[in-house]
Design a protein around this ligand. Structure first.
Ligand code: APR
Length: 190
């Protein structure tokens, strides 16, 4: 089964691994609206990047409740000690079955915006975790096709981004993304 899909302007790739180890131009963080760190991917990224990352996040403007980025949107910082140049902090939706349509829309949007932000910085390679599928409880089988379709759509336009890598944290997660990538490639496969 293929772990990559060639789109018009670039390639989508799936790997099993840790987002903090990716030597790409930008890694995407599954952040929260405060951008003040957290658990999961967010915690791992802040630990590996060192204190400079948090300092940079806290310098971003916040509203009166301390929110620096609304749900569905992104903010870009440097990457501290990480091998990447930028961290794109992406706030995915908290999944709620009653508002599943809204969550799906916001998940799509956050991927689109992360890719647009990467392109605005001239990035050639971007690595994503499976945003919202941990603490935010978005079902992985629903999230994978949304994330992959957003990447495919971005790579249909002229963009600096040539590689969109999804970094899955466990073999079962990788399998779910593989099945979604296969479905995206269509009956011909690519
Ligand atoms: N590399 C790649 N993937 C990882 C890593 C890692 N180092 N650590 C965890 N994951 C996977 C999880 O298995 C999950 O599938 O990333 C996915 C996203 O999980 P979370 O990190 O919990 O992100 P999310 O569901 O978007 O929740 C965001 O969690 O701690 C916080 O501050 C963060 O409040 C925010 C919330």
């Amino acid at each position: 089964m293929s772990d990559s899909l060639q789109a018009k302007h670039g390639r989508i790739e799936l790997v099993l691994g840790n987002i903090v180890e990716q030597a790409v131009d930008a890694i995407v963080n599954a952040a929260n609206t405060k951008l003040a760190g957290g658990g999961g991917v967010d915690g791992a990224i802040h630990r590996a990047a060192g204190p400079k990352l948090l300092e940079e996040c806290l310098r971003l403007p916040a509203d009166e409740e301390g929110r620096r980025c609304p749900t569905g949107d992104v903010r870009v910082t440097g990457a501290g000690n990480l091998p990447a140049r930028y961290v794109i902090h992406a706030v995915g939706p908290v999944y709620n079955e009653r508002y599943a349509d809204k969550a799906r829309r916001q998940l799509r949007e956050v991927h689109e915006r992360a890719l647009a932000a990467a392109a605005a910085k001239g990035c050639r390679s971007v690595a994503f975790p499976a945003i919202s599928t941990g603490a935010y409880r978005f079902p992985l089988g629903e999230a994978a096709p949304i994330a992959l379709a957003a990447a495919q759509e971005h790579l249909r336009q002229a963009t600096s981004v040539q590689l969109v890598r999804f970094v899955l944290f466990s073999p079962p997660q990788l399998e779910v993304f593989r099945a979604a990538l296969k479905a995206l490639a269509g009956p011909e496969g690519v």
